[in-house]
Design a protein around this ligand. Structure first.
Ligand SMILES: Nc1ncnc2c1ncn2[C@@H]1O[C@H](COP(=O)(O)OP(=O)(O)O)[C@@H](O)[C@H]1O
Ligand SMILES: [Mg+2]
Length: 271
């Protein structure tokens, strides 16, 4: 390897280029319909290991619907979603999660009544409900799972330097801490692909920097990130590749600098 290349940024990543890694997630002509209306009208993208792919576009463009189609929360009317070349289009959320697709969720009031540690335990056993946490804490055959998941909880807490907040309740967290815990929950099962829908909402500006650097460190670990984000300075800083949606379709795709100069993108944002 060349020792010094001015085109590389601090992480050894070539500015403005996608990494030459394998495609982990791929869609082909994905359609999401609500009743007769196509919110996503045939979108094809690919996502490589260790890159951050941005998904931007005006309100109502279909970004959240598309992300949900990737995660399995939203039914795909036609088209395909592939993970590592395997068609997962018809697989339910939990099967996709087991194969390595994770999505962050905003913590509901239910999770506010659990500590950060319990939140992570719940996510680690692949259940979303607080009542099911009891299953994990049950004696007997659950003990091995309990031990394994606890180990992973500590790993994740240490990784994000959040052991000091492990015993805080969800409702006691700041906006930024909540977003971080949501990301940590999604990481409990060591995903290959992490889907994030506007993870910076409600985060104080100084904590946005922290979250951005946390997301970069996940990318550097080889995780692929797909992020819907309206703060363009975050997209510019974080995304290796940006897809722009408008009215359910992909209207541009490229580096941040390329897509913001695109006439169709400018027209879509101006409405
Ligand atoms: N559950 C739903 N039922 C019916 N229409 C929906 C539903 N969710 C979203 N839509 C519609 O689909 C379109 C795309 O929405 P969405 O995916 O939320 O876009 P974005 O995230 O880009 O703002 C919008 O017109 C929205 O009103
Ligand atoms: Mg949305």
């Amino acid at each position: 390897m060349t020792a010094i290349d001015p085109a590389l940024d601090g992480t050894g990543r070539r500015e403005g280029r996608r990494p030459a890694t394998q495609v982990v997630l791929e869609t082909e002509d994905v359609v999401v319909a609500y009743g007769g209306v196509q919110a996503v009208a045939g979108v094809s993208i690919d996502v490589r290991a260790g890159e951050v792919v941005g998904l931007i576009g005006p309100n109502g463009a279909g970004k959240s619907s598309f992300l949900a189609a990737l995660g399995g929360q939203q039914r795909v009317a036609s088209g395909h979603v592939r993970l590592d070349g395997h068609d997962v289009t018809r697989l339910p959320v939990h099967r996709r999660a087991a194969l390595g697709i994770a999505r962050t969720f905003q913590m509901t009031s239910e999770f506010g009544g659990m500590t950060v540690f319990e939140n992570l335990m719940a996510a680690g056993v692949g259940v979303e409900g607080a009542s099911l946490v009891n299953v994990v804490f049950r004696r007997g055959q659950q003990r091995e799972l309990d031990r394994r998941v606890r180990g992973r909880v500590w790993e994740v807490l240490e990784r994000f330097e959040t052991t000091p907040i492990a015993d805080l309740y969800g409702r006691e967290l700041s906006g930024g801490q909540r977003r971080l815990v949501e990301i940590m929950r999604a990481l409990m099962r060591s995903p290959k692909v992490l889907l994030l829908d506007e993870p910076m909402v409600g985060v104080a500006p100084h904590l946005v920097r922290r979250l951005v650097s946390d997301l970069k460190s996940l990318r550097d670990d080889g995780i692929a990130l797909v992020i819907v984000e309206h703060a363009l300075e975050v997209v510019q800083e974080l995304c290796d590749h940006v897809n722009v949606m408008g009215l359910g379709r992909l209207i541009a795709s490229g580096t941040y600098d390329e897509v913001v100069q695109d006439a169709a993108v400018q027209a879509a944002y101006l409405g």
